[in-house]
Design a binder for this molecule. Structure first.
Ligand code: BGC
Length: 807
């Protein structure tokens, strides 16, 4: 390869692809988000994707076998869309419940995150698609994410934040994404942590892909940073000339090129791609199964599953019942082909019941999309809209026929850089009479015309500094417009592009639609309570919104937005037989939880959340989830909440004490502990005994239904000479059993899980205690665990090898 070819290969050719090098038979490789389904290189409603449950729901399954199939599902989608490299899983930790991408990350625990993440990696890569665990490392919150300098001590890094990445490397990850942030003073794309431990110690031989625009300068060339994304402009654009001028070492480039070629070989970019192993995959069925597996039953006084004979009149209440959040916002977003609401799914699942709906509380802000069946493309006459990009002289450069009023170009086929304007036209046939608030969402200057007259012009104000957030959650302007039901009206939008109006990357996101007119909040609650009082059972859905949980910003509190708490209180008061479904990707405060008949946390359950929930509520299946993160009673109780840097620095002062470790140390009881979750059957925990390196746990399903439980094993070290958590997770296994069936389950305990970092991995000799049960607090069994000579020798030998590799 020539120097220019090599330099081209280590930088994005465009937003999502690497350079093709025809002289060596290398085609371009395509990269794509995301962690909960694969969007493909275009963000386009005409190319929908399977929308899987988000990260916190996946981890709530505590099921590695399921996580592996999740990876297979993503590989399948990736192969259909021509994607070689999937940018996931997201294995940063739930350090604070305020973290904006909490929904996308797996859990607060490195062992659970590491094992679920590793299984995802295996499932993807077994089908020839590279995984890119992200974001290496300590990118656990969003505030000032491009610049924040995370200060974290070596022990916490090794035992907590790096640990899931180490497991991903053990699983053979072919890619790894370096984060935007700095750690201990050095921005991650230039950090020595890319070399050690990642490459030299753990043996990572894949490609370190930068987060989008995270490579800031040529200083990252000397680091073990391999690929600068996205292109075509990167901070390495002058790489070849800098090498020719002798200012950058060509050996640094060659190392990267070699890794890129290894990746190309692995994904079949240097020749024919291996056919995918699994040719038939029912994605929707899998998404439904995964949603059930990730739904956590927090409490149940026997109300669930519903008895159809006793539930003739069902009240379904709450905005998420008809407009569920199936995924979090940001780069992880995919466009599902269809979503069935929980309300519709419950109606289908309970054909003999009278199912009535009340909104109860308005939660979402912003624009509601205009339904496709109310939009006609003026050029084709088909459902949809016409988009047209023009240059400064007004000549059309590119036009397209789209089928949505939400339009995103993210590394697009449209000539964003050359265009001065985007015009969107549609004929809108309203379904209502009267005045509506019509408007647009954009971070660009824009105008809106209705029936040929200009009615709105302005520049929505972008709040905050995060460009990603401005792009993905653009601000809204609206104007009152009178419409008549069934009478078509021509709409025109013109968005200014170029100059300082847009983002400095090839991305554009605009939308138009109707902003809801605020309704009387008390009246909505009263109506819902009345409906509940007239019903046998009420199922209330509550949740967060895109304004609360998304990439690019953190949360400021843990409250359910709007009047949802008042709503639940009123419905419980009207009918104690009230089941509450929490549709949030991260912990929210549930002050009424002890008074509800049952509470389910469904997380962001993916496109099949509705049918999955109906299956759970009607008892077709039991919910399979266990909390991957502690749920607090109040924000004030949360031991590690801080996500706001001071003078650019975010100090992880708590060290290794994050998640349940911090809760145990503080002595404060959370609302629901880590690992907690119920099913529809009961279990009796018989015994736990050591057999070699395994802990053998004997348990019995004592109930009348088949069920799942998760055997959780925590270590304790009474009288330790070092600072340790009260207990920490060292192993787990999801088990299922028929009624009255006994299960004997073996959980392998790797001595490394007992070791601590003290300038190297050290195993404290002596006796640990392993405690076993169904959450970090409910631990009926225990077994002594004496460290053996073999354990000590094993950890010491691994440590010698690590030192040799470092040297
Ligand atoms: C996110 C990454 C994502 C990338 C490409 C970034 O802003 O942090 O997780 O893969 O964008 O969409």
């Amino acid at each position: 390869m020539t120097l220019d070819e090599k330099a081209r290969l280590v930088q994005g050719a465009d937003f999502w692809t690497t350079a093709a090098i025809p002289s060596i038979g290398l085609r371009a490789m395509t990269l794509s988000d995301g962690p909960a389904g694969v969007r493909g290189p275009r963000w386009d409603e005409r190319l929908p994707s399977l929308n899987l449950p988000s990260g916190s729901a996946l981890a709530a399954s505590w099921d590695e076998e399921l996580a592996e199939r999740y990876g297979v599902a993503c590989a399948f989608e990736a192969r259909l869309k021509g994607v070689d490299v999937v940018l996931g899983p997201t294995i940063n930790l739930h350090r604070s419940p305020l973290g904006g991408r909490h929904f996308e990350c797996l859990s607060e625990d490195p062992e659970l995150t590491g094992r679920i993440g590793a299984a995802f990696v295996r499932g993807l890569q077994a089908n020839g698609v590279a995984a890119t665990p992200k974001h290496y490392v300590a990118n656990d919150s969003e505030t000032d994410r491009f610049t924040v300098d995370v200060r974290v001590d070596e022990r916490a890094l090794r035992e907590v934040y790096l640990a899931p990445f180490e497991r991903a490397v053990e699983a053979g990850a072919w890619g790894m994404m370096s984060a935007y942030n700095a750690v201990n003073g050095v921005t991650m794309t230039e950090s020595d942590l890319l070399e050690a431990p990642l490459s030299s110690e753990w043996g990572f031989d894949g490609v370190v892909i930068s987060d989008w625009t995270a490579v800031r300068s040529l200083d990252a060339v000397a680091a073990a940073q391999d690929l600068a994304m996205p292109g075509p402009q990167t901070s390495w654009s002058e790489l070849a000339s800098e090498i020719r001028a002798g200012r950058v070492d060509v050996d640094d480039l060659d190392r990267k090129v070699l890794r890129m070629l290894v990746l190309a070989e692995r994904v079949g970019a240097l020749g024919d791609r291996e056919p995918i192993g699994q040719v038939v995959f029912d994605g929707a069925a899998f998404a439904r199964e995964a949603s059930v597996a990730g739904s956590v039953l927090l409490s149940n006084n026997g109300a669930l599953p519903l008895d159809p004979a006793e539930c003739r009149r069902l009240a379904v209440i709450g905005e998420p019942a008809h407009s569920p959040r199936t995924q979090g916002g940001g780069s992880a977003t995919v466009i599902p082909e269809r979503i069935m609401s929980p309300l519709d799914a419950l109606r289908i699942a309970m054909p003999d019941a009278e199912v009535r709906f009340a909104l109860g509380a308005e939660v979402s802000h912003g624009l509601a999309e205009l339904p496709l069946n109310q939009l006609t493309n003026p050029v084709t006459g088909e459902p949809g809209v016409r988009v047209s990009f023009a240059d400064a002289s007004g000549s059309e450069l590119f036009a397209d026929d789209r089928r949505s009023s939400t339009l995103v170009w993210f590394g697009a086929d449209a000539p964003l850089a050359q265009s001065s304007t985007l015009a969107v036209t549609a004929i809108f046939t309203p379904g209502v009479d009267g005045e509506i608030e019509l408007g647009f969402a954009a971070s660009n200057h824009a105008r809106m015309s209705v029936a040929g007259s200009m009615v709105l012009e302005g520049w929505p104000i972008v709040e905050g500094m995060d460009l990603g957030a401005a792009f993905l959650q653009p601000p809204v302007l609206t104007a009152p417009v009178r419409v008549r039901s069934g009478v078509p009206v021509e709409l025109g939008f013109e968005f200014s592009l170029g100059g300082d109006d847009g983002l400095p990357i090839e991305a554009l996101s605009v939308a138009f639609g109707i902003a809801a007119k605020p309704q009387d909040a008390d009246a909505l609650i009263d109506a819902a309570a009345r409906l509940a009082a007239e019903s046998d059972v009420a199922v209330v859905f509550v949740g967060t919104t895109a304004e609360v949980e998304s990439e690019g910003y953190d949360r400021s509190d843990l409250d359910l937005p709007g009047r949802q708490v008042d709503l639940v209180e009123a419905v419980i008061a009207a009918n104690p037989n009230t089941v509450v479904i929490v549709n949030a990707g991260a912990p929210v405060i549930l002050p009424w939880a002890s008074r509800a008949a049952a509470v389910i946390v469904s997380y962001f359950g993916g496109q099949e959340f509705g049918p999955a929930l109906a299956d759970i509520v009607t008892g077709v299946v039991e919910p399979g989830g266990r909390l991957p993160t502690t749920w607090p009673r109040s924000l004030e109780d949360v031991p590690v909440a801080n996500v706001t840097p001071v003078d650019g620095i975010l100090n992880y002062a708590e060290g290794i004490h994050v998640g349940y470790r911090a809760w145990l140390r503080s002595g404060t009881a959370p609302a629901f502990p880590f690992g907690h979750g119920l099913g529809y059957t009961d279990w009796s925990w018989t015994s736990a005994e050591r057999h070699g390196s395994d802990l053998v746990v004997d348990l019995l399903n004592t109930g009348h239904r088949p069920g799942k439980t998760v055997v959780q094993v925590y270590a304790e070290r009474p009288g330790s000479v070092i600072d340790r958590p009260v207990r920490w997770l060292v192993g787990f296994a999801a088990v299922t059993a028929a009624p009255r069936e006994r299960v004997v389950c073996r959980v392998e305990i790797d001595p490394r899980r007992l070791a601590h970092w003290d300038d190297g991995w050290k195993l404290e000799p002596g006796a640990f205690v392993l405690r076993v049960g169904s959450s970090v607090e409910d631990l009926p069994l225990s077994a002594p665990w004496e460290v053996t000579t073999q354990d000590l020798l094993g950890v010491a030998a691994a440590e010698d090898e690590r030192n040799d590799q470092d040297a």
